[in-house]
Design a protein around this ligand. Structure first.
Ligand code: IFM
Length: 445
């Protein structure tokens, strides 16, 4: 099995960017080095029962120390670009001043990436809120949005020179809903009314930061990354169709509609007003300022049935389908449909697929990892992107998640998403078959 596109695919032209992605907390480790502050994920990991095996981010892939060899790996894969995130608790102290040692780490990393000719896509917030801000209410406190603007100002002033693309946030859905409504991610709060308010403050923070980033980094592209799902009805019954509509509204439209249209989905006011946050005058104008690109992360699809209490519930696909090791259905058709539908519903800016990948049951045997499922996953999803482009969607890039195995949040190190295998005992990296397949595909362009 290999990764292949039709010879005339627009994705094979030099204008299309292929990359790999990671995030600070998931790979860096060294969570007390150089005055890095604790973040909500350090606290969450230290809370018994929250993360599988009690895993934490203290070592992760030790990228903080091994970054030079990791850049060699990125280079070896032959990608055009690398997407990473900056750790807020590493670069800013409690008084809101720069932590130069933390900034130096990123300066060195970014300088080297540029020297190697790799385009740099930076996300400012990939879930590692400094704990001292959570102690004051975190994303439930509107003030955090203004402090994010200060943080974005600092980072873009200091690092603009090396960065091609800035994303304010990664997956506001996960940061807000998993963290404040469902309690399965940090900070582990679970009140229905919390999630949507946290989401609103995150979207507000995005909007507040945009003009600052544009001013500090006038040559870079600025956008945001959202995760999206496609939902299918459990049956042909209209109530199950309705369950899907609600599910997609809460997961997708709740995030994209404020950004693109300056409003929360009208459907919610009628059928589920409990999901509407408190909005102050002017907020929606701030949130819906134009962006240069929309980052989209896609992994799987859902199947939903009507539930009298919660409006929808997840059910398994009744058809025999393939799942990845994390239990997510492999659904490239859903990816293609989603992209085409969104393009019909909204006047979208150019799209970058900022994450797509699979957790597989990988094993290192005689120095090799034969992750055939991941190769097939990448091939089918890259082709789904190609089909969406053929159907008229303006997609400019694709990033595989992830460069290497890493800390998979509440799943700890138990689930592996990397194109490169990490032995956490020795920190030895081994390129998997999927990494070689991606490399071969990229080199043949
Ligand atoms: O590992 C995560 C990443 O941090 C955000 N998007 C989904 C990935 C897989 O769960």
């Amino acid at each position: 099995m290999s990764i292949k596109l039709p010879a005339n695919s627009k994705m094979l032209t030099p204008d299309f960017t292929f990359g790999v992605a990671t995030a600070a907390f998931q790979i860096e480790g060294a969570n007390t080095a150089d005055n890095r502050l604790p973040c909500i994920w350090d606290t969450f990991c230290a809370t018994p029962g929250k993360v599988i095996n009690g895993d934490d981010g203290s070592m992760a892939c030790d990228h903080y120390h091994l970054w030079q060899q990791d850049i060699k790996l990125i280079k070896e894969l032959g990608v055009d670009a690398y997407r990473l995130s900056i750790a807020w608790p590493r670069v800013m102290n409690e008084q809101g001043e720069a932590n130069q040692a933390g900034l130096d780490f990123y300066r060195n990393l970014l300088t080297k990436l540029k020297e190697e000719g790799i385009k740099v896509f930076v996300t400012l917030y990939h879930w590692d809120l400094p704990q001292h801000l959570e102690d004051k209410g975190g994303w439930l406190n509107r003030e955090t949005a203004y402090l994010f603007k200060e943080y974005a100002d600092l980072v873009t002033r200091e690092l603009a020179e090396w960065v091609d693309s800035w994303a304010t946030f990664n997956e506001p859905f996960c940061a807000a809903i998993l963290g404040y409504e469902l309690g399965i991610h940090a900070p582990g709060l679970s009140k229905p009314e919390y999630g949507r308010q946290a989401a609103h403050h995150i979207l507000l923070a995005h909007g507040l930061a945009l003009p600052v980033i544009r001013q500090n980094a006038p040559k870079a592209q600025v956008g945001i990354v959202i995760n999206m799902n496609r939902s299918y009805p459990a049956s042909a019954k209209s109530e199950d169709e309705f369950a899907c509509l609600i599910r997609e509204t809460l997961d997708n439209q709740f995030f994209i509609e404020p950004l693109m249209k300056g409003q929360y989905p009208k459907l919610l006011a009628n059928v589920a007003p409990q999901y509407l946050p408190q909005v102050l005058p002017g907020d929606m104008e701030i949130i819906s300022q134009p962006i240069d690109f929309l980052g989209m992360n896609f992994y799987t699809c859902n199947h939903n049935a009507y539930d009298a209490e919660d409006l929808f519930k997840d059910v398994k696909n009744s058809q025999p389908v393939e799942y990845t090791d994390i239990g997510w259905e492999i659904a490239p058709h859903a990816f293609e449909e989603l992209l085409i539908n969104l393009n019909q519903q909204y006047d979208l800016p150019p799209i970058f697929i900022t994450e797509n990948g699979a957790a597989c049951d990988d094993h290192l045997v005689s120095g090799q990892v034969d992750d055939d499922q991941r190769v097939r996953y990448l091939n089918s999803h890259i082709n789904a992107v190609n089909n969406a482009i053929e159907a008229g969607v303006d997609i400019r890039g694709y990033f595989a998640w992830s460069l290497m195995d890493n800390f998979e949040w509440a799943e700890g190190y138990n689930k592996r998403f990397g194109l490169v295998y990490v032995d956490y005992e020795t920190q030895k990296r081994t390129i998997k078959r999927s990494g070689y397949a991606y490399q071969a595909f990229l080199s043949e362009r």
